[in-house]
Design a protein around this ligand. Structure first.
Ligand code: URA
Length: 438
C-alpha cells in the first residue's frame, strides 16, 4: 500500500481502515514511511480528526508494534497513572512509590519532555547513576520486589509511538485527541496494566487548552482503554498555573523528595497526588471508597513508607543510597540563581503557563530537537501560586540558570508571563479538579 494514498485519504477527510492504519504503523517501525510522510499523515489527522473506531485501530496497532508485557502472577493489582502533560507536574515521582506502599504494583513507563511540558524520565536522569533503561528482567524483578519502578520507554515497547512522538514534537502535531489517545494508551496497554488513572490537564499549560478538548480527550482515552479491557478513570485537572513551587528537572525532583519526606507539601500538589492515588487504589480494589483510599495514602506518607519505597527504587536502578538524606550532594545546582522581582504590587492573577514551559526549554531544561542534551540544573523554584498577593519587587520565583545572560532573559520572560492584578476584591482560585470521566 502506498503511503501517499493513505495520506491522501486522510487529507480528504476519509476514515482510514485497518489495512491503511496497519500499513502506517508498520512503516513507522520498519522505516518504509519517511519522516516527511509520517509528518504529513500526522498533520492530516490533526486537521481532519479520527473517529473512535479509527482511534481504536491506531492504538491497537501501535500497542502491538513491539513487545507486550504481562504480569500474570503478581500478588497485587498492576496499576499506573499517566498525565497528558503539564508544567511543574512531578506527581508521578511521588505517586508510584506511594501506591506501591499501599499494596499496588506500578511498572511505570514514563516519557520525556514533549513540547513545553516536562517528562518524568528527564527528571529522574538528574540523579547520578539512575538507569532509566534497565534490562527487561531487572525491571520485572524491581517491580515485583519493591512494588514500583519508573523507567523510560524501552526501544521494544510501542516503538511505533516512539518514532511518531518524536516527529509530532517538532511538527506542531501534538494537540490532537486521537494522536494523544493512541500515543498514551499504546504504551500503557503494552505495559500490561490492570488499572490506569489518567490526569488530563486542561488549561493554558496543557495540550488540551479548553474544557471541551480536555473532556473529549478524557472520554476518548477512557473509551478506547475500556475497549481494550483496561479499567481507566480520568480526572480533568487545572493546568492554568505551574503545579507547585518548582519547575525544571532537578528542582522538581528536589520538590518530590521534600514532599515524600514531609518537609513541604504544597496544597494543590498534595490534593492532586491524593486524588489520583485514590483512583488507583479504588480501581485496583485496594480501597473501597475515596475516603478509605485517602486515609491509606496519607498513612503511607506519614509513616515514611512511600519515601522508603522511592529510596529503594533509586538504589535498585543505580542511584545513590542516601539521595533522600542528602539530595543537594547529588543533584547539581545551577551556577546562577536570581530572584524574579514582581514588577508591581498586587495579586498574581494569571500565568501564561505554556510560555513558562518554553522558558524552561530556552534555559536548556527541555529539547529544541529530538536527542538534544538537557541541563537538569535550570528552572524556577519558590514559584508563587495564583491568588497570592505580592509587594512590588517581591520575588515571583527564583530563576536557576547556566549563566547570567540566560538568567536575565528568563527573569524578563517570567515577568511577562505572570499577570499581576489588583490586590483588592474577591478572588476565587481555579478549581483543581474539574471533572471525572469513567
Ligand atoms: N503524552 C504522551 O505519551 N503522548 C502524547 O501524545 C501526549 C502526552
Amino acid at each position: 500500500m502506498l503511503a501517499q494514498e493513505v495520506i491522501r485519504a486522510k487529507r480528504d477527510g476519509r476514515a482510514l481502515d485497518a489495512a491503511q492504519i496497519d500499513s502506517f504503523v508498520r512503516g513507522l517501525v520498519d522505516g518504509s514511511w519517511s519522516e516527511g510522510q509520517i509528518a504529513a499523515l500526522a498533520m492530516a489527522v490533526f486537521l481532519r480528526g479520527m473517529g473512535r473506531d479509527e482511534a481504536v485501530l491506531l492504538t491497537r496497532a501501535m500497542m502491538h508494534s513491539g513487545r507486550v508485557l504481562a504480569w500474570p502472577d503478581m500478588p497485587g493489582p498492576v496499576l499506573d497513572k499517566h498525565s497528558s502533560g503539564g508544567v511543574g507536574d512531578k506527581i508521578s515521582l511521588m505517586l508510584a512509590p506511594l501506591v506501591a506502599a499501599c499494596g499496588g504494583y506500578v511498572p511505570m513507563i514514563a516519557g520525556r519532555g514533549l513540547g513545553h511540558t516536562g517528562g518524568t524520565v528527564d527528571k529522574l536522569e538528574a540523579i547520578p547513576g539512575y538507569r532509566t533503561m534497565p534490562a527487561a528482567d531487572e525491571f520485572d524483578r524491581i517491580v515485583r520486589t519493591l512494588g514500583c519502578a519508573i523507567i523510560g520507554q524501552t526501544p521494544d515497547l510501542a516503538p511505533a509511538d516512539k518514532r511518531l512522538y518524536a516527529i509530532r514534537d517538532v511538527t506542531a502535531t501534538v494537540e490532537s485527541v486521537p494522536l494523544i489517545t493512541a500515543s498514551i494508551l499504546s504504551k500503557k496497554l503494552a505495559s500490561g496494566l490492570q488499572g490506569l488513572a489518567m490526569d488530563i490537564k486542561c488549561g493554558n499549560g496543557a495540550f488540551a487548552d479548553t474544557p471541551e478538548m480536555a473532556r473529549q480527550l478524557a472520554e476518548s482515552i477512557v473509551a478506547v482503554a475500556a475497549g481494550a479491557g483496561l479499567k481507566t478513570r480520568a480526572l480533568v485537572t487545572d493546568m492554568n498555573q505551574v503545579l507547585g513551587h518548582e519547575v525544571g528537572n532537578s528542582l522538581e525532583l528536589l520538590g518530590a523528595i521534600d514532599y515524600l519526606r514531609g518537609d513541604a507539601r504544597e496544597a494543590r500538589t498534595h490534593e492532586l497526588t491524593l486524588a489520583l492515588g485514590a483512583q488507583m487504589l479504588i480501581i485496583g480494589g485496594l480501597a473501597a471508597d475515596e475516603a478509605q483510599a485517602r486515609a491509606k495514602l496519607q498513612a503511607a506518607l506519614d509513616s515514611g513508607a512511600a519515601a522508603e519505597r522511592f529510596a529503594h527504587m533509586v538504589v535498585a536502578l543505580g542511584g545513590p543510597s542516601d539521595l533522600m538524606e542528602r539530595p543537594a550532594a547529588y543533584l547539581a545546582a545551577a551556577p546562577v540563581v536570581l530572584p524574579v522581582p514582581a514588577l508591581r504590587a498586587g495579586r498574581l492573577a494569571a500565568m501564561k503557563t505554556r510560555d513558562i514551559g518554553m522558558i524552561i526549554v530556552e534555559l536548556g531544561g527541555g529539547r529544541r530537537q529530538p536527542g538534544d542534551a538537557i541541563d537538569h540544573r535550570v528552572g524556577f523554584s519558590a514559584m508563587r501560586q495564583l491568588g497570592e498577593v505580592l509587594a512590588a519587587g517581591e520575588p515571583l520565583a527564583m530563576v536557576h540558570a547556566a549563566d547570567a545572560v540566560a538568567a536575565e532573559r528568563a527573569v524578563a520572560a517570567l515577568q511577562a508571563a505572570c499577570e499581576i492584578g489588583e490586590a483588592t476584591g474577591a478572588w476565587t482560585a481555579p478549581a483543581l479538579l474539574q471533572a471525572t470521566v469513567g
